[in-house]
Design a protein around this ligand. Structure first.
Ligand SMILES: [Zn+2]
Length: 302
């Protein structure tokens, strides 16, 4: 079973699988959402929140990843940062929110962030082998998202669980560290943040003090145990992001809650250095070690 990012700082590792599932589902809605401005949309699979003018979080609360994609709307075009699980149709949601042309950029190419890439024609990617492999699509990761306990509420009507897979997608343009994507009145800078995966990026909207952190940082257990994870690279990437913190007003992460204080970044750097120097306490959890800090944790392989 995969580990819910929604459960942390509790005694859940002592509980049974069914109780864990119950806890994950029961903890919704997360209190942070009560402070956010909700935008009504017809598809109940998604919830949309207006975080800033022109910045919408598209949240999938009914699947345990609680993934969050972002629609960033400029005067000339819009950018969709991740396309979610591919369980319902995020393109239909986006088309209902903007009439502008939409380019897709992925925070990285794990299945839960590229699920609806196939529905879009303008998809940017990082030039890594990891990206190229994932663009071919896959079945196992997608099917695991439907395992018992992973769905809270109901799947969309007409969704076919048996044939659910991450569909192949076409990358129309390669991105590099430092690239700027111009949306008209707003420009987003690509910051390469390898670590969680080789193709992880963050997006910086410097004039507005916004940093979209992908899976490099979110409030919850941060996954650093998969074979594609590089811990040394992660430390370098967090160092870079932590240096930006004084100029930032808000972090917009890719799971759980779409708002976090930039002051987390130097704390994450300090925490991962403690882990790397053997100075942090951890608990065993299934095949992994979890290192707990205030508001977040790291899940490493043993
Ligand atoms: Zn990921």
């Amino acid at each position: 079973m995969k580990l819910s990012r929604g459960m942390f700082l509790g005694l859940w590792w002592l509980t049974s699988l069914s109780a864990q599932t119950l806890d994950w589902c029961k903890s919704q809605p997360r209190p942070a959402y009560g402070q956010l401005e909700r935008v009504k949309i017809p598809d109940p699979w998604f919830e949309v929140y207006k975080i800033r003018p022109g910045v919408l979080a598209i949240y999938e609360p009914h699947q345990f990843e609680e993934v969050i994609s972002y629609l960033i709307i400029g005067t000339q075009k819009a950018l969709l940062f991740d396309t979610g699980m591919g369980i319902s149709n995020i393109k239909a949601v986006v088309d209902g929110l903007t009439g502008l042309p939409v380019s897709v950029v992925n925070s990285h190419t794990h299945n839960d962030h590229v699920g609806d890439n196939w529905r879009f024609t303008d998809v940017y990617g990082m030039p890594t082998n990891f990206t190229r492999t994932n663009a071919k699509g896959s079945t196992a990761d997608a099917q695991a998202e439907l395992a018992p306990g992973q769905i809270c509420g109901s799947l969309p009507p007409g969704f076919d669980a048996k044939s659910y897979r991450t569909r192949a997608f076409h990358i129309s343009q390669w991105l590099h560290d430092g690239d700027k994507i111009n949306l008209g009145d707003r420009t987003l800078e690509v910051i390469s943040t390898p670590g969680h995966t080789p193709d992880s990026i963050a997006l910086l909207d410097e004039p507005n003090g916004l940093l979209f952190t992908g899976d490099t940082f979110y409030l919850g257990p941060i996954y650093l145990y998969r074979p594609e994870t590089d811990l040394d690279a992660y430390v370098v990437s967090i160092t870079r992001l932590a240096e930006l913190a004084p100029r930032l007003k808000l972090l917009l992460p890719a799971h759980n809650v779409p708002v976090a204080e930039p002051s987390y970044l130097p704390r994450v750097l300090d925490a991962i250095q403690q882990v790397r120097h053997g100075q942090a306490k951890s608990v065993s959890r299934e095949e992994k070690q979890e290192y707990m800090f205030q508001g977040f944790s790291f899940l490493l392989s043993r």
